[in-house]
Ligand binder design. Sequence first.
Ligand code: ZN
Length: 85
Amino acid sequence: MREYFSIDPSKPIPRGPDVTYECLKCGDVIPSVEQAGSPWHCRCHTVKLDHDAHRASFEDPSAVRGIRESGSPGLGPRVSRQPPQ
Ligand SMILES: [Zn+2]
């Protein structure tokens, strides 16, 4: 289950292992928390992460949407696997 949220710079921006930020300008999706080899900014630099300060900054918050994946493994209801189409 995928949930989208808009970025409101006046509020704390959600982050976590299940949260990513999608840049609507270049289409890159940036994880909100550092992962091995993960990018820390999108191609057009609208989305930038400062992992040392543990925050994200957005050049243009209206061009970014957040994505939260719910139903992490081990949490929530089990999702039955569909056979490949
Ligand atoms: Zn971008």
